[in-house]
Design a protein around this ligand. Sequence first.
Ligand code: PLP
Length: 404
Amino acid sequence: MSASGARRVYFDHSATTRVLPEVAEAMAPFFKERYGNASSLHSLGRDARGAVEQARKSVAAIINADPREIVFTSGGTEADNTAVKGVAMYKGRTKGHIITSRVEHHAVLEPCSYLKQFGFEVTEVPVDSEGLVDPAEVDRAIRDDTVLVSIMMANNEIGTIQPCREIGRIARARGVLFHTDAVQAIGKMPVDVKADNIDLLTISGHKFHGPKGVGALYVRKGTAIDPLLHGGGQERGMRSSTENVPGIVGLGKAAEVARRDFDKVTSHIKRLRDRLILEVPKLVPECYLNGHQSKRLVNNANFRFDYIEGEALLLQLDLLGIEASTGSACSATSLEPSHVILALGLTHEQSHGTLRLTLGRENTEEDVDYFLTHIPGVVSKLREISPFSRDSPMSSCGGGSCNV
Ligand code: PLP
């Protein structure tokens, strides 16, 4: 139920997820009686240290890493920044080349762009119309001075899963470090840093029912990287600052639960998601799936509805208690389509009407029924009043090529 008492259907799990009750329960004592500093030598401190190390094991297990290769951070953004800047600027380096893709999260694209002012060069490899990076393109882009390849494991908007194993194999063979942002992948697909030749991997707790403000960076043993934060030397010198013990415990518990429930949860989510992918385009004319048909996260359905604005669609759905996301950010003065949707080769007009539905373990068949019942009416109502629509009395450009 929503705050207003209406039905609530939460289809925005790639934005964030609810902390599971068993995760909250595991965290609670560390706010109250077990409040020690994990660096303190007395028993309260040693208790906190034990809990942090237990969580490290759980996080390592979900990606097939050694616990000593896990560095706790304040979330995915910090882990991405540490990977990109920490490798690029290793031992005071101010020049070099980085390869990333056009569909990365801003937590990777922005640090790459920041580094350009110091003399670094960045190649953003393109993607095809389904959002896939071609590993051969990465291979071709590698130069003598390439220090890092950073390609995400799965996209947060369209759900496309990248060929990380192949990219990792190429990077390793060419002697270049490989970082992948796996924020959206954890709990939804198997992740194996060894099989995929990954040197650095980003995790964020709140995307898989852990708390917000905590994440981790996997750093393969022996990787040439400097820390972002300098200070008391916590996390083996890789991330100074007193450990967020309750957050880390929550992250560890969320990882343990995600691993334990993986088969059950992924098959449940996929079944619901497949209904959406199959039925929405049947119920709504001129509706298309964005992203790859099969190489996509089990919880992601991203649709393009021609002739309407994603934001207007979101607001109408919200009135019905359905919570989702769009790729377009529209304000009174600007229309900014998502860089991910544009990278697929869609026009600005086409990119405006996107709707991202991301499912989670708590969604039900009834949630899908409710959405399927309402979506045709909402879209047709918006199309009637849309200045982009062919049928709209307000249309002055026949086919939606107006820039508003
Ligand atoms: N990377 C990806 C792919 C994401 O989806 C997100 C969050 O939306 C982040 C990084 C940032 O993670 P955090 O919110 O933990 O900083």
